[in-house]
Design a protein around this ligand. Structure first.
Ligand code: GUN
Length: 298
């Protein structure tokens, strides 16, 4: 048996279109399209690429974006003031502050300034609390993308065994809660977990999210399991020529693809889903903030 390779890029493109359609439906009632504001501080090259992609896909879907860029030496007070201004702007539905922020800025203080109803990254304490309590709110994008792909592959997740490897605030912890919300049985594994390979082998759905290249080996994966690889790691690739690099996930794709049921590739798996969920959250925020029905299909 050979795994089905989940085409996250194609699914994400489909979700972008549906978010755009839902945004257009809201625009007819609001008199404007849902709007995402993205704040980028400094010149981190990876962050610049991420922000460019977020803005490009937002606009391609027919939503509106505002991009605010400031040099790395901007003060924490000024960064917080930018967020406050966006909070107060009724035409801004979603606010995303690209991380990491420069060292002299307390990222937590900036994130906590974001109005939770505009927190499309799902990173504020209020959003985390809403998730834990099962209340309506904006959920973090990458883990939401994992659950979406898992449901497309397996259907109802009720009773499935999920092992999330990694306990980060951005992915591991919210992923566990989101799978729990689907009535899955969830275990969070981490660096102190005993017999990690043995535990991983119990999973119907395995979610490596630790940032360690190809850590999950072929014999960690139960035949027929679904592997959702959140890791994006750049490694040397001398076989491609001197100084060349390539991207790999946290799972050893070639060892797993022969016997898993489903696997997400890196790149082109979970990565593109993150932005799709950001667009979906922007539409959701626009609807919730304005007391409108959430458009169907978004
Ligand atoms: N930097 C890397 N990933 C993310 C993300 O999902 N959200 C934000 N705001 N910054 C990031």
């Amino acid at each position: 048996m050979s795994a089905e390779i989940i085409d996250g890029k194609a699914v994400a493109a489909e979700i972008d279109v549906r978010a755009g359609e839902a945004g257009a439906e809201l625009a007819r009632k609001l008199g404007r399209a849902p709007c995402l504001a993205v704040v980028l501080i400094g010149e981190d090259p990876a962050s610049q690429v991420y922000v460019r992609n977020k803005v490009r896909r937002t606009e391609a879907a027919g939503l509106t974006s505002i991009e605010i860029r400031k040099p790395a030496d901007v003060s924490e007070a000024e960064t917080i003031e930018i967020v406050r201004t966006l909070n107060a702007n009724p035409e801004v539905d979603g606010i995303l502050v690209q991380l990491p922020l420069p060292d002299h800025i307390d990222a937590n203080a900036v994130i906590e300034t974001i109005d939770p109803d505009k927190d499309v990254d799902g990173l504020t304490e209020a959003s985390a609390g809403r998730l834990v309590l099962g209340k309506r709110g904006l959920r973090p994008c990458t883990p939401t993308g994992c659950v979406d792909l898992a449901k497309r592959a397996l259907g109802d997740l009720s009773g499935k065994s999920v092992v999330v490897i990694g306990r980060s605030i951005l992915v591991g912890k919210p992923a566990a809660l989101l799978f729990l919300e689907q009535n899955a049985t969830v275990t969070i594994a981490h660096s102190r977990t005993a017999d990690l390979p043995g535990l991983a082998r119990t999973a119907d759905i395995l979610v490596p999210a630790v940032g360690r290249p190809e850590m999950v080996r072929g014999d960690w994966v139960k035949p027929g399991a679904c592997v959702l690889d959140v890791g994006i790691n750049r490694i040397d690739a001398p076989e491609r020529g001197e100084g060349k690099t390539r991207l790999v996930g946290d799972a050893a794709f070639d060892e797993i693809v022969g016997h898993a049921g489903w696997i997400t590739p890196v790149p082109g798996g979970i990565g593109p889903m993150t932005i799709a969920m950001l667009l979906r959250n922007t539409v959701l925020a626009a609807a919730l903030r304005n007391g409108l029905e959430i458009p169907t299909g978004s």
